[in-house]
Design a protein around this ligand. Structure first.
Ligand SMILES: Nc1ncnc2c1ncn2[C@@H]1O[C@H](COP(=O)(O)OP(=O)(O)OP(=O)(O)O)[C@@H](O)[C@H]1O
Length: 245
């Protein structure tokens, strides 16, 4: 990053840092907002490229280490958080973003980061209830199932016991520990300022979704009526209703 800082565009080998640096310089010299559009097919590298751009901008626009770097940390930690809830394994990419995002980083007149905002678009919601082998549901579900005491608290266990996860037999990702990723997601939530109470509410809702997925119905005695299929279904419905209360 140091190498690309202030280097004339085109002088060094092509790199996303050069694009980020050029737009940062243009913002400073012209005093106008700049946009970088990252596009490409699935697996092309948009997510990783965006992270590199954000790293570069927090490098050139961040405060000296030792100062309060909260905003920069929040900008960088927003990535693992969004990925936990919006990324999933697909046939093309183990960490495919299933939503679009607009990241805005604001700078003060000295070129220092003063704030940030992220807007997300069009999450692929159908994935929550339907997946096909070898794809996966959103990472957050597998992370929660591997969370040890938290999983026990929400009456969760291995993903193979939940309909919304066992439609595909892929539960693990190469080189990724679901348990460690859960800790990383919780840390990111702390850093971006989500209270523990809200975090608890979010994970309770995720657990309730998994339990609801295991509720099955069968035809009742009355015309057009239905009843819970078995004990297992009434257990999961009971747990889901408790979690959502
Ligand atoms: N700069 C890079 N260096 C090394 N590997 C990379 C780089 N960019 C992408 N990759 C590899 O390609 C994979 C897919 O990249 P990424 O998730 O960024 O794609 P994407 O375009 O965002 O895909 P999608 O549209 O599915 O979200 C990454 O998991 C990583 O393995």
């Amino acid at each position: 990053m140091e190498q690309y800082k202030g280097a004339p565009f085109g002088e060094l080998s092509p790199h996303v840092f050069a694009v980020a640096d050029a737009s940062y310089r243009a913002m400073i010299s012209e005093g106008r907002s700049q946009s970088i559009l990252v596009s490409g097919e699935s697996g092309a590298g948009k997510t990783e490229t965006t992270k590199l751009i954000m790293q570069y901008l927090t490098f050139v626009g961040g405060r000296a280490s030792g100062d309060n770097r909260t905003v920069e940390q929040q900008v960088l930690e927003s990535n693992p958080l969004l990925e936990a809830f919006g990324n999933a394994r697909t046939v093309r990419n183990d960490n495919s973003s299933r939503f679009g995002k607009f990241v805005e980083i604001q700078f003060d007149t000295n070129g220092r980061i003063s704030g940030a905002a992220i807007r997300t678009y069009l999450l692929e919601r159908s994935r929550v209830v339907q997946i096909t082998n070898p794809e996966r549901n959103y990472h957050c579900f597998y992370q929660l199932c591997a969370s040890g005491r938290d999983a026990e608290k929400y009456k969760l266990d291995h993903p193979s016991h939940f309909r919304y996860l066992n439609q595909s037999k892929t539960y693990e990702l190469d080189g990724v520990s679901n348990a460690e990723e859960y800790i990383r997601t919780r840390r990111a939530m702390d850093i971006v300022g989500i209270s523990h109470e809200d975090q608890e509410a979010i994970f309770r809702t995720l657990a309730a979704i998994l339990h609801l997925g295991n509720v099955e119905f069968s035809p009742g005695k009355e015309y057009d009526s239905s009843v819970l299929k078995d004990e297992k279904s009434s257990f999961h419905l009971g747990v889901a209703s408790n979690l959502l209360m």
